[in-house]
Ligand binder design. Structure first.
Ligand SMILES: CC(C)(COP(=O)(O)OP(=O)(O)OC[C@H]1O[C@@H](n2cnc3c(N)ncnc32)[C@H](O)[C@@H]1OP(=O)(O)O)[C@@H](O)C(=O)NCCC(=O)NCCS
Length: 314
């Protein structure tokens, strides 16, 4: 008999998950300065109502020592959190959880695509298990910058101008974002970039759900060109009292390389400094070498690597 047992999360009481989720929260805070409690506050009631699809692993006790959850939205499945406490067999338990989640999603004929982006803790690595089930792997990097490092006073090239964030412009920002990512490596990672409708839902999610941090409208900005069309924007969120995150920054292809991205970034950094944030982070796909080099020139340093994984039904 295997030393690891698995059970659907829906068979567990919410209280049984608390110690595991507490440790997960501590790891996110210690390693990424990311207060994961905003996300867990959404997950816990779903667990209580037996409405969160996922599995728990038991590696030698009656308390779960690992869990995974996943969601299905129309034809797309997404793997949400995966976390296992440190133990000799933690990697094996994590791989078992991934296998169960993938089987559930791939065996459901309605699911055409599955996406996952997972930060591994305790030295774990999920590349082997995802590739075993036909997933493509895209290495990504979590970058961090101190807010106190120098901030340039750049403004965008005339006639572009930066205005405060305005959520009524989201559908126009979505159209611009789709154009930005058409020939981009991230187009393969996130189906949200494929159509303006998907992109609008994704941007609305960023400003309403805490999955990528709690939206900070005061540190988010839009750039308009001479005809008042959106030519760039930056969305910023709070992931802890000290650290902010940029889940999205984009410049219209016609404007790229003209200083607009730097002007948006610097405006955001200055606002965060006035709000007493200490550091800022963002995620970039390693293959996006121009953006990687640009972020490093803007003072961001690589902190942690992780993987994005995608699977398409053939
Ligand atoms: C990355 C991005 C926001 C930078 O904005 P920008 O207005 O082009 O940036 P700036 O003009 O201030 O700086 C230009 C630098 O950005 C980098 N860059 C990254 N992608 C670029 C692109 N597609 N075109 C031009 N420059 C790009 C280059 O290093 C460039 O420096 P260089 O001119 O010395 O090569 C913008 O190019 C963009 O939207 N790219 C597509 C979407 C994207 O990759 N977003 C980041 C995902 S994490």
């Amino acid at each position: 008999m295997s030393d690891i047992q698995y059970a659907p999360i829906n068979h567990l009481d919410e209280s049984a998950m608390l110690p595991l989720m507490k440790e997960e929260r501590q790891m996110w805070l210690a390693d990424l300065d990311w207060d994961y409690s905003a996300i867990q506050q959404i997950l816990l009631p779903l667990i209580g109502q037996k409405m969160l699809p996922g599995y728990a692993a038991f590696t030698g006790g009656r308390q779960p020592s690992g869990y995974i959850y996943f969601l299905a939205n129309r034809e797309k499945g997404s793997i949400g959190a995966l976390y296992t406490m440190p133990a000799d067999n933690a990697q094996k338990a994590a791989e078992g959880l991934v296998e169960l989640a993938i089987a559930c999603l791939q065996d459901s004929g309605g699911i055409r695509r599955v996406e996952a982006q997972i930060f591994p803790f305790h030295g774990q690595n999920y590349e082997r298990i995802f590739s075993k089930y036909g997933f493509r792997h895209y290495p990504r990097v979590y970058l961090v910058r101190n807010i106190d490092a120098g901030i340039a006073e750049k403004e965008p090239a005339s006639p572009a101008k930066i205005i405060p964030w305005d959520s009524t412009l989201i559908s126009r920002a979505a159209g611009m974002t789709t154009a930005c990512y058409r020939e981009h490596i991230d187009y393969e990672i996130l189906e949200d970039y494929h159509t303006p409708e998907n992109c609008e839902n994704y941007l609305r999610g960023l400003v309403t759900n805490p999955g990528c941090g709690v939206f900070l409208p005061d540190a988010s900005f839009i750039c308009l060109d001479g005809q008042e069309n959106i030519c760039g924007y930056v969305i910023c969120s709070r992931i802890s009292d000290r650290r902010a995150l940029i889940p999205q920054i984009a410049a219209h292809p016609a404007w790229q390389g003209r200083g607009l991205g730097a002007a948006l970034m610097n405006r955001c950094l200055r606002r965060l400094r006035s709000m007493n944030f200490r550091s800022i982070s963002l995620v970039v796909t390693s293959e996006n070498s121009r953006a990687c080099e640009w972020y490093q020139r803007m003072g961001f340093q690589p902190h942690r690597e992780f993987g994005a994984f995608t699977w398409n039904r053939s």
